[in-house]
Design a protein. Sequence first.
Lengths: 205, 205
Amino acid sequence: MASSGRRAPQEHGKAAERTRERILAAAVEEFGAKGYAGARTAAIAARAGVNQQLISYYFGGKQGLVEELRRRWARAQESVTPPGATYAESVAAHLDATLDNPDWSRLVIWQALGDGSSPESDDEWAAAQRDRLRQAVERTRRRQEEGEITGELDAEFVLLVAYALAFAPIALPRMVEGIAGADPLSKDYREWVVGQLARMTARQP
Amino acid sequence: MASSGRRAPQEHGKAAERTRERILAAAVEEFGAKGYAGARTAAIAARAGVNQQLISYYFGGKQGLVEELRRRWARAQESVTPPGATYAESVAAHLDATLDNPDWSRLVIWQALGDGSSPESDDEWAAAQRDRLRQAVERTRRRQEEGEITGELDAEFVLLVAYALAFAPIALPRMVEGIAGADPLSKDYREWVVGQLARMTARQP
DNA sequence: ATCCTATTCAAGTGATTGATTGATTTTTGT
DNA sequence: ACAAAAATCAATCAATCACTTGAATAGGAT
């Protein structure tokens, strides 16, 4: 029963692993560009330079593909926070993580918008996300108490602004470009944001 | 030849106008909820309580529907700015305009993400958008010069933060809720944001 | 060589969807 | 009441798409 009709894709050989990864990478691009409903499995296969039925073979179809991507995103999220970083470094890291992988970020926004076909993300995963955010808020508050950044603004606000400015270039690139006057993905934009945030959170003299 | 097969939808009678509007309203909901690729014309018709072929009859199909919506959005954008408002009032107005019409806002984000089937927005319209943003920056800068808000932060930054915090609840509601700990569409959130922005832009004593 | 895995090929199925057509019914204005 | 407009109904079309099936072929390892 274990390998009745189809061979079990779980026992991945060393060589096959690479094409799996290429398919996933292509899927990130395609889903990021078109969203789930707009993405085409044929396009994913073409991007990966691979035959179309391999995605059914390895991931059980389009839906299985997004689920695998979500799993990876969850795993990646767990290990991001650099421990002994300053506020500016922390913000810069988050900014880089978001803007260096625009496809991933677009994918996240699409999921948040309810792109359809999503099992609405399990409670467990949602709870973990909440914890991550709460910890981030707590970390920010500690920075305030230690005097690294100002206590004039709520910790939640400081954090929210940083996150919002990281995602705005993805969700509304034209708007950001129109206001900031620079490519929202560029190094210039990031440094400018970090600098302005530093001023915003500077302690009153 | 003028009215050979189909009657001309342009000469809209007074009564028909209402169903046109209902279809458009339903379209905003559906497109806002699912995006262009995910939206279904049948669902739009059902939402409007109207027969499915009316959307072909009045708007020439799914695509014509989004185009009409884009036209309306462009028109609505032109006349929003209250003239003699304070910074806080202006921010609050923008926040309300965005969060009181979440479907419209979601639609905008979807278009910005390149939902597909879009003629990629004409140059003319893009230029007009740019002008609007530049004027907003200019207005902010004037506020700084007049001493209404601080000059410590760049005018572009002050504006961008306000806009980003208006759209974040739409693009990433879970994240905002997790950080702020409140419904991102609620009055509480809006007032909190306005208050924090006021502190952020307060002049140094 | 040969076995096993990875990958490709060709063809086709089933389901969904947007759109069309022609005729009929309801509503509206006069 | 009458005529035009507005809307519904039923049936159908053509296209797209994800997925399946049953093979055949290429490659690497032994």
